[in-house]
Design a protein around this ligand. Structure first.
Ligand SMILES: Nc1ncnc2c1ncn2[C@@H]1O[C@H](COP(=O)(O)OP(=O)(O)O)[C@@H](O)[C@H]1O
Ligand SMILES: O=C(CO)[C@@H](O)[C@H](O)COP(=O)(O)O
Length: 474
């Protein structure tokens, strides 16, 4: 029974799971926190990797790292970061995204080239921001990595050249996703000169070895890792509620959505991963709990004391700007507050707003793919909340499958490690037992109230970016 180690270097923490390669049983797990913020010294992720994998990695025959997508780890000629990494949820490069889209010939041309329409999350936009705002730093950039590439190389023997996979590469903005090849010309256009890019390792292949000769697999983006961990099939929709809110599915063919709502990523097993991402998800609950001075259990209890519609309170949860819809400069907008509004209503409104944004994401995803929906699965840190579990099927308007509590990105990375270790053509079959079905009557009125506010012409952030994308040349 060989053991394999899967790691999720996600936005808020590193999670490591040690897994039996034969059947996917988790035998041990550890986590280590990351610094907060949208700009982080990437060496903190290496320290968190060392901490979370300590005592586990020595027991593993193979290891793989899943990581938060996008982001910019810019290294100088000696491999030292030229500045702190910019994360996927840092919106300072929104204008750079608009410029690059225009230079590529408009939104549809951009989607045709890379599979997605650029938003501030994508690495290419951060390279352009660096070129325009920190030219001295930009000039020192010799190599550009994604967060998971940087951590994977740390796991490998010193001197190993950097490597990545097509899943995470598809979120850079300089990777032709349908063809599976870098577009170094696009990286050069963004940065001003051509940086070294990591080798793209095939799904299931051995990418490198550790200093003690353990196999290191390619690793991937966290959402691709979750799809692998849950063995997602076409028609399955995975809703993940972590720092980001994500609705994703796997598909055999690429998409190119010129509206920018659905990003057309590659997955970690040779197919594609159409996906809709919101920037504000579990953090909405964190903030609401802080404002009300309660913990998460109390917040959930309060929310369940209110009624559907939260006593008329509705809000747009765009606290950190938003990506879907594309409103990077937006802020939160609360409506419907009266003298009758209670603390319970305020708590309830937070769950409803978070889930309405995710329901929009699911609808947009389903509208963009040819497959009819098979199953909707729910994962991520916020599923620990009983109120999320109670309200998700009601707001999503369909039954939701809740896999047993687990770190599914890390599990997917472990499955990739086991795949590379086996040398087989396909990943090992790991059964998923104990999935619970959540069901509730759909709350159509709650979604209608949210949609009315989201699309209200009086919303100060509505026109700005969406209009600029619409008017980009075809
Ligand atoms: N009981 C809970 N109720 C609501 N939210 C929770 C609970 N436990 C954890 N969370 C939230 O889950 C989030 C972390 O989820 P996770 O999927 O690990 O995020 P990421 O992968 O982005 O690092 C945090 O924002 C945290 O507050
Ligand atoms: O930007 C995206 C997807 O495009 C995010 O989903 C990041 O990949 C971060 O994920 P979490 O840390 O929230 O899981």
């Amino acid at each position: 029974m060989p053991l394999v180690l899967g790691v999720d270097s996600s936005t808020q923490s590193t999670k490591a799971v040690l897994v039996d390669a034969d059947d996917g049983t988790v035998v041990a797990h550890r986590t280590a926190p990351h610094p907060a913020g949208t700009e982080v010294d990437p060496r903190a992720w290496l320290a968190a990797f060392d901490d979370a994998t300590s005592g586990l990695i020595d027991r593993a025959a193979a290891v793989a790292v899943g990581g938060q997508q996008h982001g910019l780890v810019a290294l100088d000629g000696t491999g030292v970061p030229v500045r702190d990494a910019l994360l996927w949820n840092d919106t300072r490069s929104a204008a750079a995204a608009r410029d690059l889209i225009e230079e590529m010939g408009g939104a549809q041309a951009c989607a045709d080239a890379i599979g997605s329409v650029l938003v501030a999350s994508f690495t290419a936009t951060k390279l352009r921001w660096l070129r325009d705002n920190e030219p001295a730093n930009a000039g020192r950039v010799a190599e550009v990595l994604l967060p998971h590439d940087y951590v994977s190389r740390h796991a490998a023997r010193p001197g190993t050249p950097a490597f990545t996979d097509r899943g995470d590469a598809s979120g850079t903005g300089y990777f032709a996703t349908a063809e599976g090849a870098w577009r170094p010309d696009l990286a050069k256009a963004a940065l001003g000169h051509e940086p070294a890019l990591p080798a793209v390792v095939a799904p299931g292949a051995v990418a490198a070895h550790t200093v003690t000769d353990q196999v290191v697999a390619a690793g991937t983006g966290d959402n691709m890792g979750a799809a692998l961990g849950l063995d997602l099939r076409p028609g399955d929709v995975l809703v993940s509620i972590g720092t980001s809110g994500v609705a994703s599915t796997v598909s055999r063919s690429p998409i190119a959505d010129g509206t920018g709502t659905v990003t057309g990523f590659a997955d970690a097993s040779g197919g594609f991963l159409p996906m809709v991402t919101t920037m504000n998800a579990a953090g909405i609950l964190d903030l609401q709990a802080k404002w009300l001075g309660v913990d998460h259990d109390h917040l959930a209890m309060l929310a369940m004391q209110s009624r559907p519609g939260a006593g008329g309170v509705t809000f747009l949860p765009y606290y950190g700007g938003e990506r879907t819809p594309n409103r990077p400069d937006a802020t939160g907008t609360w409506t419907g507050l009266t003298t009758r509004t209670t603390r319970a209503d305020l708590a309830r409104a937070a769950f409803e707003a978070m889930l309405c944004a995710l329901a929009d994401a699911v609808d947009a995803l389903l509208a963009a793919i040819p497959e009819s929906p098979r199953r909707v699965l729910l994962v991520g840190g916020a599923t620990r909340s009983p109120a999320v579990r109670a309200l998700a099927p009601a707001i999503l308007g369909r039954p939701v499958l809740l896999p047993p509590p687990g770190e599914y990105v890390a599990l997917g990375a472990a499955r990739q490690a086991a795949w590379a270790l086996s040398g087989a053509a396909t990943p090992p079959d790991w059964p998923l037992a104990g999935t619970e079905t959540l069901d509730a009557a759909p709350q159509v009125a709650v979604r209608a109230a949210y949609a009315a506010l989201r699309d209200s012409p009086s919303n100060p952030h509505l026109e700005h970016v969406e209009a600029s994308v619409r008017s980009a040349p075809k």
